[in-house]
Design a binder for this molecule. Sequence first.
Ligand SMILES: Nc1ncnc2c1ncn2[C@@H]1O[C@H](COP(=O)(O)OP(=O)(O)OP(=O)(O)O)[C@@H](O)[C@H]1O
Length: 351
Amino acid sequence: MDMKQYLTRCIDMALDAGSNETSYNNSFEIEVKPNGFIFVPRFPAGFILNESLYQRIYEIAAAAVYPEYTVLKQSSIYFVPLGNHIFSVERGLFYPWFKGTPTRLNIDDLDNFFNSRKDYREKMLIPLMKDYYVDYEKVTSIAIAGSTGSGKSMLLTYFLSALRQISQIVIIDPKFDMPARWARDHTEKAITPSSNSSKSDFVSAVNDALESALTTIYQRQQALFQNVNERFRPLSIVIDELAALTIGVNRNVKDAFLSLLSQISLLGRATSVHLILVSQRFDHTVVPTAIRDQMNVLIELGHITTKNVQFLFPDLDPSGIVIPQGPGVGIIQIIDDQHFDNVLPFLAPTY
Ligand SMILES: Nc1ncnc2c1ncn2[C@@H]1O[C@H](COP(=O)(O)OP(=O)(O)OP(=O)(O)O)[C@@H](O)[C@H]1O
């Protein structure tokens, strides 16, 4: 059986299951293309071509073609005109896919791996999975979410090793944990709480660092005003466990922190000032929606459920996305002008 026949049967049987009145039999056709397949309904049909039908077919097909293909989840119905000028079959529902499944990178020695990348452009392309890169010049802010033990620290260390080659880094580590140790071992700057000062003092120190980043942004804006082609070395502000900075802190200090963070997230794009934020959750008590909306690399690790993804991916219903099991696994979306905006299964690099 070829893919066209196989998909037709899978969809036909699953759609008809449990329904007495509706027969899909002979009422649609499947066209298989290299970059996806098209569900072509034959009108008049006994079903309604709506969002719910689109997503049901996605769920059936995504599982049916795994692991030969990965069908890309769309947030809404994807119509395509077929251009054949036959009223009954002039349109279809498109399901983009790519061959195979997302594949994890296994790296022996992280520092060696990034040191061996040669020129600056190559270093700017941070590999995240096999044949899947994020271009640091094209994105401003990265959000990493996930429950305890889901692999956030390991992924953050990976990003830090990559960024060390291309960016000035300021690390903010409220838990005095892995990022602080990494900074010590790699002689980078880290802001951490100290035993003899209050939490508000610590957040005030963080605010000083953010103000300094904002000053850099203003200076760079001036430079850009003079010369629109001016390029800057990236400055990356890395904040681990964001929630720890906003909970239980003096109201004024917290408001100042969130206001600075919002300004950096809004203005950093043109001036190469980046935010990398890590938090178990990104609900509105942790980060205002204005900041969340500016994030253009979104990663959720751990258990992927509608409830868990609602903050980083408010429009996503994750049902049907085939996510492998294991540590450092979840979903990713890169919003730039190079990737499709789809949410993909994600396997964080192992090293
Ligand atoms: N990409 C990965 N590849 C292989 N193993 C991983 C990966 N990510 C995480 N793990 C395993 O899962 C364990 C927990 O990961 P990690 O400490 O990064 O989680 P976390 O989300 O930072 O947890 P916490 O919030 O408690 O700090 C790691 O010690 C490692 O054994």
